[in-house]
Design a protein around this ligand. Structure first.
Ligand SMILES: *[C@@H]1O[C@H](CO)[C@@H](O)[C@H](O)[C@H]1NC(C)=O
Ligand SMILES: *[C@@H]1O[C@H](CO)[C@@H](O)[C@H](O)[C@H]1NC(C)=O
Ligand SMILES: *[C@@H]1O[C@H](CO)[C@@H](O)[C@H](O)[C@H]1NC(C)=O
Ligand SMILES: *[C@@H]1O[C@H](CO)[C@@H](O)[C@H](O)[C@H]1NC(C)=O
Ligand SMILES: *[C@@H]1O[C@H](CO)[C@@H](O)[C@H](O)[C@H]1NC(C)=O
Ligand SMILES: *[C@@H]1O[C@H](CO)[C@@H](O)[C@H](O)[C@H]1NC(C)=O
Ligand SMILES: *[C@@H]1O[C@H](CO)[C@@H](O)[C@H](O)[C@H]1NC(C)=O
Ligand SMILES: *[C@@H]1O[C@H](CO)[C@@H](O)[C@H](O)[C@H]1NC(C)=O
Ligand SMILES: *[C@@H]1O[C@H](CO)[C@@H](O)[C@H](O)[C@H]1NC(C)=O
Ligand SMILES: *[C@@H]1O[C@H](CO)[C@@H](O)[C@H](O)[C@H]1NC(C)=O
Ligand SMILES: *[C@@H]1O[C@H](CO)[C@@H](O)[C@H](O)[C@H]1NC(C)=O
Ligand SMILES: *[C@@H]1O[C@H](CO)[C@@H](O)[C@H](O)[C@H]1NC(C)=O
Length: 714
């Protein structure tokens, strides 16, 4: 017999069983309560507002955890619901670009089936808790946070992917990483690691992707990289490692991308012959000498070749012509010789051959260069833009320069900043007038369509003139030139403000932009960081160099990315030089000095064509300004301008403007001028020994001894 309460209980259980059963039948995939609690704790610790956590969050493909903003900003949790009784377990947590704060919760280690976590681009600090190793992790992706401290390794034996790029780790690389023999991807770029790469890493024979850009790792490039025969991508830009590039690199036959830059210690060209799948080769500023190997003609998948800033000589191998996949070839700043082949001049891809020692005379004009050939010829018959040091093709006349880099024409403090709006930058020389120009080289890593002009994307409140609202960018090398400048000493001011990061507690504030600045070929500011020097984002810093000498007629300002800083904040392809404005002013008084006699002779001769010079002995000084009648009898020079044409009038006005503005020991002084009828006359001081006059006026010189009647005098 049952008591009534027992019946009630049985009925109740029956009801529960039935309802559970129906639920299992229709939608039975549930997370264990325990796991729900852990997830709640994790969510709370990361200040995550994007999840609706319940036992049924995994249903409909984890809909309760899913939130999509963009491909880089999203939450996606993957559950495996194939466990007994349709129990679910969280296996992958992806929370990217959500600006999560706090520290990595220890409780992640309590998720017994968690294999991967991707916290790319958040604002998490602290260190990686050792307790994480309790979960069966295969992948830890922590790119773009503020993590520091030690890196726990023990227990992470299954790890195939460890991404710590763009964080604040420092000190030596953990020896123990060498035990993670399953590792395929090890991305350590843009931290502050020091010391050498531990020998134990030679055991990482499963590596396919290894990156240590922008770190302070030192020592020789280890030979054991030759053990990484599965490697597909190797990035070692902007480290403190030393060359030579070990010859064993030739055994990395599966490489598709190789980037090594800014290496001390000279290297011969490494043997890349067997890398048949290689798509990208960057061996920049590695002191590589010798010739460009012929085998490049056989690397038929090559798209980008950057061998800039080395010591390569010889000719460009004809065989490269066969590589029809090429998009970019940068051979900037080497000692390449020979004629530039016509097939190259007609090529469709971006080609930078600037700063070499070519010979011959290509039939191009400086305005219509399709290939960046600036300053690349050693012979003298070429166009000014192709010759070393960009000599002025006319007479140097500029004594200042103001550019609003990446922006429109504008005025500031009485100076007109010229517009600089060209959007090209992959391999270009731009010079609309022979006053200034720029030469830009490079293509952004992993983002070849990126812009070469920056705008104030985040609407930062920049405290300064409008020219800080825009900037010119370059992923590699950017040279601004002042052209046809007068010889002398100048003050150069470079205006910077970081406008591509944010000023808040989100991942976009975590970028570090670092580049080098050289002026007239001298490295002036190494590892320059705008934000650091300005004291934040949207703040202004003006770097000033007081005594920059222009010996020829060209002033060169070079901004160069030496592989340092972050390259993926706020997204991939944000790095390299950024400059807002340039101002260059003379340290000499334009009307008193800095001019060589030759330069003056040049200016004057050029404007003295078709002129008859008359030397007159004036007995009466009164003609020259009403002085005492008794004094004088001085000799003056009178220039008679051709009166027939309009040109005469123009010349007359120019002459007065120029000569009266100039005062120089070597220059004749203008005493005055006269206009009578259709005659235009200029009166100069006469120089006794006549040498300058001869240089200037040649056979037009005549000597007359007669009075001249003057009309209106100034
Ligand atoms: C969580 O629930 C709220 C209210 O029901 C809903 O608006 C939101 O879209 C849900 N979020 C997710 C990620 O499912
Ligand atoms: C969530 O991530 C998993 C595993 O990476 C993937 O298969 C799935 O397509 C993603 N879901 C969405 C909606 O993107
Ligand atoms: C889900 O878990 C089951 C049981 O452990 C396993 O057999 C299966 O391979 C897992 N599925 C996935 C996609 O990981
Ligand atoms: C996580 O696991 C540790 C060790 O197993 C345990 O002491 C702790 O209570 C667990 N935390 C939670 C929130 O379950
Ligand atoms: C994390 O950063 C916050 C400020 O954003 C700071 O208050 C906190 O002390 C930091 N925590 C750790 C562990 O560094
Ligand atoms: C490479 O990884 C595979 C499986 O991930 C593993 O079996 C193998 O031992 C690893 N190779 C080495 C050389 O450690
Ligand atoms: C790297 O560490 C050094 C000291 O070891 C420090 O001076 C420097 O500021 C650090 N750099 C960064 C980018 O954190
Ligand atoms: C490279 O691999 C060889 C052969 O497996 C091994 O003997 C050697 O120790 C490895 N080198 C390093 C530096 O680990
Ligand atoms: C190189 O790649 C090929 C094709 O993908 C593959 O078959 C081969 O095993 C790889 N070699 C190594 C050493 O991993
Ligand atoms: C490279 O060598 C030069 C000169 O010896 C030295 O000044 C510079 O610091 C070195 N650079 C690195 C990255 O070691
Ligand atoms: C290339 O030209 C530069 C500058 O004119 C010169 O110093 C260098 O010796 C030349 N190199 C070769 C290989 O001709
Ligand atoms: C995180 O901050 C960035 C700016 O740094 C913003 O673009 C992004 O939308 C934010 N993410 C979310 C989920 O709000």
């Amino acid at each position: 017999m049952f008591t009534s309460s027992e019946i009630v209980l049985v009925l109740l259980l029956g009801f529960l069983a039935l309802s559970c059963f129906t639920e299992f039948e229709s939608n039975a995939q549930l997370l264990p309560l325990e796991e729900v609690k852990i997830l709640e704790t994790i969510s709370k610790k990361l200040h995550n507002t994007h999840w609706n956590i319940s036992q049924s969050s995994c249903q409909d493909g984890g809909a309760g955890f899913y939130k999509y903003f963009t491909d880089d900003i999203l939450s996606n949790v993957t559950c495996n619901c194939s466990f007994p009784s349709n129990t679910c377990h969280v296996t992958i947590i992806e929370m990217k670009g959500l600006n999560l704060t706090g520290v990595i919760p220890e409780e992640l280690g309590n998720l017994t089936h968690l294999e991967a976590i991707d916290l790319t681009r958040n604002y998490i600090n602290g260190s990686i808790p050792a307790s994480l190793s309790r979960a069966p992790f295969r992948a830890l992706n922590l790119l773009g946070n503020r993590l520091s401290g030690s890196i726990p390794i023990d227990g992470f034996t299954m790890l195939t992917e460890l991404v710590l790029e763009d964080n604040q780790f420092e000190g030596h690389l953990p020896q123990n990483i060498g035990k993670l023999t399953n590792l395929k991807r090890l991305l350590l770029s843009a931290n502050n690691f020091t010391g050498t790469i531990p020998e134990s890493y030679g055991n990482l024979k499963n590596l396919t992707d290894f990156r240590i850009d922008g770190s302070r790792l030192s020592g020789k490039i280890p030979n054991f990289i030759g053990n990484w025969t599965k490697l597909e991508r190797l990035d070692m830009q902007g480290t403190s490692l030393e060359g030579p590039i070990p010859s064993i690199i030739s055994s990395l036959k599966n490489l598709t991308e190789l980037r090594i830059s800014d290496l001390n210690g000279s290297s011969q060209f490494p043997n890349l012959k067997d890398m048949k799948d290689i798509k990208l080769v960057t061996l920049r500023n590695c002191s590589i000498s010798g010739t460009i190997p012929n085998y490049f003609g056989e690397l038929r998948k090559l798209k980008t070749l950057d061998l800039s800033f080395n010591k390569l000589n010889g000719e460009i191998p004809q065989k490269i012509k066969r590589v029809d996949t090429l998009d970019y070839m940068f051979l900037t700043n080497n000692s390449l010789t020979g004629e530039v082949p016509t097939w190259i001049l007609n090529s469709k891809y971006s080609l930078d051959l600037s700063y070499n020692n070519f010979t011959g005379s290509p039939s191009v004009s400086c305005q219509q260069l399709t290939v960046n050939l600036v300053s690349s010829y050693s012979s003298s018959e070429n166009l000014w833009c192709l010759k070393k040091d960009l000599p002025c093709s006319s007479k140097p006349k500029h004594h200042s320069m103001f550019i609003n880099c990446g922006g429109r024409k504008m005025e500031f403090e009485g100076n007109e900043y010229e517009e600089d709006l060209s959007t090209v930058g992959q391999s270009h020389f731009i010079s609309t007038s022979e006053k200034w120009g720029y030469s830009s080289t490079g293509v952004y890593m992993n983002k070849d369509k990126a812009d070469y002009i920056a705008r104030n994307t985040f609407s930062l409140n920049v405290d300064g003139p409008d020219f800080y609202q825009t900037a010119r960018l370059s992923p590699l090398s950017l040279k601004y030139y002042g052209l046809c400048m007068l010889k002398g000493s100048y003050k150069v001011q470079l205006h910077f403000s970081e406008i591509m990061y944010t000023d808040d507690q989100t991942f976009s504030s975590l970028g570090k932009r670092i580049f080098d600045i050289s002026i007239q070929g001298n490295l002036v500011w190494k590892d320059f960081n705008i934000m650091e020097e300005a004291g934040g984002v949207g703040k202004v810093v003006v770097k000033e160099l007081d005594n920059v000498i222009v010996h020829g007629s060209t002033l060169e300002i070079h901004l160069y990315w030496a592989g340092k800083g972050t390259t993926a904040i706020p997204n991939r392809g944000v790095y390299g030089p950024l400059i807002s404005a340039i101002s260059v002013t003379p340290n000499f008084k334009v009307d008193t000095g800095g001019l060589s006699a030759g330069a003056i002779a040049g200016i004057v001769v050029a404007s003295f064509v078709s002129v008859v010079l008359v030397l007159v002995i004036l007995r009466k000084a009164g003609y020259l300004g009403g002085k005492d009648e008794d004094e004088d009898g001085s000799i003056i020079a009178v220039k008679q301008l051709s009166a027939k044409s309009k040109q005469g009038n123009r010349e007359f006005v120019n002459e007065i403007g120029m000569i009266s503005a100039l005062q120089h020991p070597n220059l004749v002084r203008l005493f005055g001028c006269c206009i009578e009828g259709n005659q235009l006359l200029l009166i100069y001081e006469y120089m006794e020994n006549n040498s300058l006059a001869r240089a200037l006026f040649g056979k037009h010189l005549q000597r007359l001894e007669q009075n001249v009647k003057f009309g209106i005098c100034i």
